[in-house]
Design a protein around this ligand. Structure first.
Ligand SMILES: [Zn+2]
Length: 336
């Protein structure tokens, strides 16, 4: 797969796939970061892991890092690349990442092209055979997740960064369980001596999520079917799990900055549907959301996909979910 980048906005870039445009790709292919992107380079096994050492794990985003920590505990040495306040599609690729990736036993990534604009190049530069696509240490977390918004035909012509489906699946706690077990399996294969430890931790995390889920659903139950507005289309899995409608966006397409004409149509739809809450991730333009809120009498609510993206969520995935459910229940309750 040949991947090139073109600039579409000061911060946002799209990546184009030279592979047959319009051809629908298989699930495995869609979730993959491209097996032919990374060539095996001689000497790539130079940094073979020493026996009994902790697993060197690199996670792309803080949500994956938080779940990896739940599973790996003190048996892994964890590096998370994206900051909690950073856009997962456009992470600032620091040179230190290449060193970390070079030494990694496992690379945990979201797949489904979430990191398509920045990760493939780093993996290529890291020259580590243990983490390239199809290697045991390449942990593609979207495997086993039921992807939403997968198009019938692949079309990147409009600069859509969700061209192969919506990659923000981890805001659904049920998907977090799938990912936790996937990570535990991978760790167990890479470090058989601690397999039971990883499996036990995954089961514990899963059970906690299961126990919390009913409470979260109960808190949001009074707001079933209500329309919310999001800046970027990263809440569809959350909306589906909790019975909300989050399908009105300030961006005309994922990754494309809002235009005045588009915002005017969003405001018209908000008045039509009675939407009174606009949710914004920390890396997006809050001022645009505030302008729309002023024009419609809506409230802007700070949300995050990642632990630590908003204050009080630093402790992990479950505190983040607690925050999201509470802040949305409060905002929707006040604007009812
Ligand atoms: Zn996105």
């Amino acid at each position: 797969m040949k991947t090139t980048w073109t600039k579409t906005a000061p911060r946002r870039r799209e990546f184009r796939d030279a592979k047959e445009p319009g051809v629908r790709r298989s699930f495995a292919e869609r979730c993959s970061i491209g097996s032919t992107t990374f060539g095996l380079v001689g000497g790539a096994l130079l940094f073979a892991a020493t026996a009994q050492a902790k697993l060197n794990v690199v996670a792309t985003t803080p949500d994956l890092g938080a779940i990896a920590h739940e599973i790996g505990g003190n048996q892994i040495e964890l590096t998370t690349m994206a900051r909690p306040t950073e856009d997962p599609h456009f992470v600032d690729a620091r040179p230190s990442f290449i060193v970390k990736l070079n030494r990694a036993d496992a690379l945990i990534h979201g797949g489904a092209e979430l990191e398509g604009g920045w990760l493939p190049k780093l993996v290529e530069q890291a020259r580590n055979a243990r983490i390239i696509s199809a290697a045991q240490g390449n942990v593609n977390c979207c495997e086993g997740v039921r992807m939403l918004e997968v198009p019938d035909q692949l079309d990147r012509s409009k600069g859509d960064i969700h061209a192969t489906g919506n990659p923000h699946y981890l805001v659904d706690p049920v998907n977090a369980k799938i990912v936790a077990h996937h990570i535990a399996d991978a760790f167990g294969q890479l470090d058989a001596a601690n397999r039971e430890f990883y499996e036990t931790n995954a089961k514990k995390f899963s059970a906690t999520l299961e126990a919390k889920l009913a409470g979260w659903q109960a808190k949001l139950a009074p707001f079933q079917g209500q329309q919310l507005v999001a800046y970027h289309n990263s809440w569809v899995y959350f909306a589906q799990r909790f019975g909300l409608r989050i399908d009105l966006f300030l961006e005309p397409k994922p990754g494309i900055p809002p235009s005045p004409a588009h915002l005017a149509s969003v405001m018209a739809k908000m008045k039509e549907t009675g939407a009174r809450v606009i949710i914004v991730d920390p890396y997006l333009n809050r001022r645009t959301a505030e302008t729309v809120a002023r024009g419609t009498g809506a409230t802007v609510v700070d949300v995050a996909q990642f632990p630590g993206g908003v204050k009080g969520t630093e402790a992990g995935y479950i505190p983040l979910m607690d925050y999201l459910v509470d802040v949305l229940a409060k905002a929707l309750g006040e604007t009812k």
